[in-house]
Design a protein around this ligand. Structure first.
Ligand code: FMN
Length: 377
């Protein structure tokens, strides 16, 4: 069992997935089943035609940011209605996003249970949320070094994380917690080693081992892995790709098809515009982009954000950073959300999926991971 802020939950967490892939329907359904469901905060206006129309042709950054906060509030309230007080609803905010602080504050003001932060070190999260002590704070980290950094910094502010997600860049989807694509396989990221070193770190810092639940994420797709990880010290597991392709996943059915039909050789690791490696499916756009990447990088130059949104604090395309990706990530992820197979960027983990190529319900996925039965329910 996973216990966060005194609430007992099933030991399965649905990871946050942007843009719009985990919105109210998926997160609210998962919470309603007694687990933790996570809404991805970034650019949620894409699920609200009125807000999208209002800003469709806008290059007014403040206006786009304002409507995105309205969309986040709507999504949180809708997820809460679906969950009806069961389980826990979290909001995922990436540290790398420009509006990180505004998204965190809005999530708290809208009554969220937990804030989960990845893609960067959330050293300032305790201050940002200090008016909302009931909100659980959960960083996503990939190795014991990052965990030590966050713990030591937070302990000076008298705060501990309410759980930590340990995401292995070797298998996970989306942005990865390694410096370069070649680094994702480093042994320091393997679950047994991160769990062992983290439990030792807790001892060294005088933290009881049960005080901070550890949630492992990345490539977990078999029921048997859950018991193995629990034996190594994990309290729960987080799934991304397997939840993205459930019936309740908030993306277009064709988005789910791309993910379930991808063969191992179709899944690639590349540099994102955020300056971090990322993993996704080599769909027509990504294949074409990768064939031109080095040429585009050699011509990288500072320019205005192509959509006037400035979604990332650091963007390789806008900032002319030749070491990072050279595409508009918000536009590409938006296409994927709509099921545009030709133009979209489809994040996906490297491993096979628990239900193979079948689209099943979130309930069936959770049941398989916990009990090993794939029977329909
Ligand atoms: C389509 C997609 C989008 C994702 N977007 C985010 C995101 O916005 N923020 C984040 O912290 N993690 C994101 N992730 C990572 C997941 O939350 C999860 O930790 C990871 O996918 C686990 O690996 P798995 O997919 O092998 O289960 C994304 C994953 C997918 C599949």
């Amino acid at each position: 069992m996973l216990s966060i802020k005194g609430k007992s939950l099933l030991p399965i967490v649905q990871g946050g997935m942007g843009v719009g892939v985990s919105a109210h329907r998926l997160a609210g359904t998962v919470a309603g089943l007694g687990a933790m469901g996570t809404i991805s905060s970034v650019d949620l206006r894409r699920h609200h035609s009125d807000l999208m129309e209002f800003t469709a042709k806008s290059r007014d950054k403040d206006q786009i940011n304002r409507v995105n906060l309205i969309a986040l509030d709507r999504e949180i309230k809708a997820a809460q209605r679906l969950a009806n007080g069961t389980g826990m609803i979290a909001v995922n905010v990436m540290k790398a996003v420009s509006e990180y602080a505004a998204y965190v504050r809005q999530a708290c003001a809208s009554g969220i249970d937990a804030v989960v932060v990845g893609a960067g070190l959330p050293l300032d999260l305790p201050e940002l949320t200090s008016d909302f002590p009931k909100v659980a704070l959960i960083p996503i980290l990939s190795d014991a070094r990052g965990i030590a950094l966050v713990l030591k910094k937070w302990m000076r502010k008298n705060r501990l994380p309410d759980a930590i997600v340990i995401e292995n860049p070797r298998y996970a989807a989306g942005h990865l917690g390694a410096a370069k694509p070649e680094d994702v396989n480093l042994p320091q990221f393997a679950f047994p080693s991160v769990l062992e070193n983290t439990l030792q770190l807790f001892k060294d810092l005088g933290i009881e081992s049960e005080r901070i639940p550890l949630i492992t994420a990345g490539g977990i797709h078999q029921h048997e892995q859950v018991d193995q990880l629990v034996k190594l010290g994990a309290s729960a597991i987080q799934l991304g790709t397997p939840f993205a392709v459930t019936e309740e996943g908030d993306a277009h059915p064709d988005f789910k098809k791309v993910l379930v039909q991808a063969k191992p050789e179709d899944i690639v690791t590349f540099m994102s515009v955020a300056g971090l490696p990322a993993r996704g499916v080599k769909t027509p756009w990504l294949e074409n982009y990768l064939s031109k990447e080095s040429k585009m990088q050699s011509k990288a130059h500072v320019q205005e954000c192509t959509v006037g949104f400035d979604c990332l604090q650091q963007c390789g395309l806008r900032d002319g950073n030749a070491k990072a990706g050279q595409f508009c990530i918000d536009t590409r992820l938006g296409f994927a959300l709509q099921g545009d197979v030709k133009r979209g960027l489809f994040f996906r983990g490297s491993e096979p999926l628990p239900m193979g190529s079948e689209i099943r319900s979130a309930k069936e996925l959770i049941n398989y991971m916990l009990n090993g039965s794939r029977e329909s329910q």
